[in-house]
Design a protein around this ligand. Structure first.
Ligand code: ADP
Ligand code: ADP
Length: 231
């Protein structure tokens, strides 16, 4: 894992009267899982997208492992950050293997290493490589797609994993199973994980710390699940 430090992070979308994310300063510790909870529209996705540089902050700085990445080349940032989203975000015209290989290829890993890594990632998320390698996303169940989404996010072994409601689109039983798998992965891999959900039970189950956000991502509480439950 690596520390993540946000300092005065702000996003005002063009044409909006108010910022979607307003002057957020918070730190995530190396190897911890922080859950962001808060009402729809409070800026959780915007916050993650800024950290992943899918959108540019209006103001503020982002540091990962002590290094200022606010202006880092997005391809270099892929070494540091894996990103998994709701409904997996897989490319429908690419096979499972091609989807997982995306970031390692972008980083110009040698092809033998990419191939080995794809198999390793499928094993890691509990999918038989022989069976799933060549399938297309539409040939997978929702839960299997989410697993591939997590495998893709982890493929280049980034120290940081950003997850935006990754289990939001699967049935409750599959979700429960995927949550257990994530807890197992976290014990093995020690990533720094920032995980967005609107499901408070999920937050309590997965979080080392929980940030409860209000409108414009103002921080109402940022503490352990135990402390939040007793407050
Ligand atoms: P959350 O993930 O907490 O539901 P979002 O980050 O998606 O919140 O949205 C925060 C606010 O920013 C909302 O008011 C939303 O309407 C607005 N917003 C999100 N994306 C855009 C965009 N591309 N352009 C303009 N406004 C946006
Ligand atoms: P675009 O902006 O053209 O969609 P991106 O390079 O931003 O292209 O993302 C391409 C795909 O890679 C998207 O589906 C996205 O979900 C995924 N992705 C984005 N950032 C990361 C990351 N850090 N690690 C893994 N996958 C990512």
């Amino acid at each position: 894992g690596a520390t993540i430090e946000l300092e005065g992070l702000t996003k005002q979308y063009p044409g909006s009267a108010l910022p979607a994310v307003d002057n957020v300063t918070m730190d995530f510790k190396e190897g911890e899982t922080v859950i962001l909870v808060g009402p729809s529209g409070c800026g959780k996705s915007t916050l993650l997208k800024m950290i992943n540089r899918l959108i540019e902050p209006t103001a503020g700085r982002i540091r990962i492992g002590g290094e200022d990445v606010t202006d880092m080349d997005p391809v270099r940032l892929r070494r540091k950050i894996g990103y998994a989203i709701q409904a997996s975000g897989l490319f429908p015209h690419m096979t499972v293997a091609q989807n997982i290989a995306l970031v390692p290829k972008m980083l110009r890993w040698p092809s033998a290493r990419v191939r080995a890594r794809v198999e390793e990632m499928l094993d890691l998320v509990g999918l038989d490589p022989g069976e799933f390698h060549g399938r297309y996303p539409r040939q997978l169940s929702g839960g299997q797609q989410q697993r591939v989404g997590v495998a893709r996010a982890l493929a280049a072994d980034p120290p940081v994993l950003l997850m935006d409601e990754p289990f939001g689109a699967v049935d409750p039983i599959t979700r429960d199973h995927l949550q257990d798998e994530l807890i197992r992965l976290q014990r093995e891999l020690h990533k720094t994980i920032v995980f967005v959900t609107h499901d408070f039970d999920e937050a309590i189950k997965l979080g080392d710390r929980i940030a409860v956000l209000r409108e414009r991502s103002h921080i109402a509480q940022f503490d352990t699940p135990e402390a939040i439950l007793t407050n």
